[in-house]
Design a protein around this ligand. Sequence first.
Ligand SMILES: *Cc1c(COP(=O)(O)O)cnc(C)c1O
Length: 490
Amino acid sequence: MLFNAQTTNRYAEDVLQGVNLVAATVAGTTRPFTGSTPAQLAPAVEAIDLESPLPSTAAALEELALVYLKDAVYFHDTKYAAHLNCPVVIPALVGEAILSAVNSSLDTWDQSAGATLIEQRLIRWTADRLELGGRADGVFTSGGTASNLQGLLIARNQAVAKLRLDPRREGSRLPALLDGLRIFTSEASHFSIAKSASLLGLGYDAVVPVACDSRQRMDPQALRAALDNSVARGETPMAIVATAGTTDFGSIDPLPAVSALARDYDSWLHVDAAYGGGLITSLRHRHLLDGIGAADSVTVDYHKTFFQPVSSSALLVRDAAMLGHVTYYADYLNPESAAREMTPNQVDKSLQTTRRFDALKLWLTLRLMGADGIGLLLDKAVDLAADTSGILSADPDFDLAAPAQLSTLVFRYLPAGTDDARADAVNRHIRKTLFASGEAVVAGTKLAGRHYLKFTLLNAETTLEDIREILGLIRRAGRDYLTDTAGVPA
Ligand SMILES: *Cc1c(COP(=O)(O)O)cnc(C)c1O
C-alpha cells in the first residue's frame, strides 16, 4: 500500500473515502460531544486485535467511526466553548492533505526544496506584521510550548555568553553561571514558561512571578520592584516574558512599559503571543499588540487564532543571528560547508530535526482567504466575547472575574447567598454535568483559589443565542445542584 506513481488511483479513492466519512460525520453532528466516558469507550478500543488487519479501507473506516469519530469532541460546534482549540479553515485542510502525501521534511533543503522557501516567506510575513524589523527571522515549531522553550533557550545562552565576558567569572563552569539566572513573568503566564525553565537547567525557582492588575495584566511597577530585588541579590535578569493573550483571561501585558524595563535591565524580552498573535491579522483590534515589535523573540500559534489545524506555531526573533544558538552541524545532514554555500537548511534554526511542512496550511489560507479573511473570523470571536461579557456582568446569578479582553471569559455561577465553598462545588458540578451531557463544553479554572468556569470563544459562527443557550444549561445544572444539596454541608 505504498503511495507511489503506480498507486495514485488507490490513494485518491482511499483518501476520499476518509474525507467523505469525516464530512458525513460532521454534517450529522448536533452537539460538540456525546458525553461518553473513558470507561464506556475503552472496551471497543481494547477489543480490536491489532494483529488481524481488516480487508478494506471501508472496513477500517467503519471501525474508526465507531471507536473515534462517533464520540470525538468537535470544535466546529457552536456550543464548544472550552479550550483554545479553533474551528479550522478549509484551505488549511487542503494543505494538510498535500503536505502529508508529499511528506517534505523541513530540516534540510535536500528534503524540502521549495517548501523551505514557502516557510521562510511566511516567517517574514509574520515578522513584518509583528514589526520586528528587517533582520528578523524564525522557524515553524510544533506549538507554543516548543516556541517558548526555544525563545528562552536563546535568552539563556545570550545571558550566559554575557556572563562569560565578565572577568570575575572567568573559568566558571556552566552550572555556576546558570545558578543566578532569573525569568520574570506574570502570575497569569502560561505554565510552559516554568516548564522551559526546568528543562533549561534553571529549575522552577528561577521563575519570578510578577503580580498582575485587576485585569490580569502584568503590573510594570511590580515588575520593576522584582527586577530591583533580584539585581540587589546579585542575580541576572535573563529574560522578561510578557504574555500577549493569557490563556485564561486573554489579557495582554502592557508591552511598551515592559519592553522599556527589559531595556533598562538589559534583559531579553520574549513575548508569548501564542494566543494573541492572531491579532496581527485583525482589522479592528491590531492595536492591542502595539509595542510587540520591540520584543527580542515572539511565540505565535497559528493553530489557535489563525484557525489552522494542529500543529502550527512559530518562534520569531528580532535578530536572525540569535537562531545560531540552536545550530549544530551534522556531517550527514547539514554540514558546515552547506551553510557556507548558503544552502537554506532550516534545521540550522530549529530544535527539531525531521519537521512537518505545517507552513503550507497557512500559505494556502493566505492565498485563498487573505490575512483579512483570518482577521474577520477572529474579530467576530472578539466581538462575541465582548457581548457575552455584557450579558454576564448584567446577570445577578453570575460573577464575572474580568471584562473580556480577547475572546475568553472567566466567570462563575453565583446566585445570591451562595458562599465560596458551595460556589466551588456547584461550578465544578456544572462543568462536569455539561461535559457528561455533551450539549455544551465549557472549561474551568481557578482564580484566587476559587473555582470558575471559562468560555474560550474562537468560532465566528457562534451567536449570542448559542451563548444564551449555554448559559441556560449552566443555570439549570447549577440550580438543580443547589436544590438537591440544600442543607447538605459543602
Ligand atoms: C496555548 C498557549 C501556550 C502553549 O501552546 P501549545 O501550542 O499548546 O504548546 C503557550 N502560551 C500561551 C499563552 C498559550 O495560550
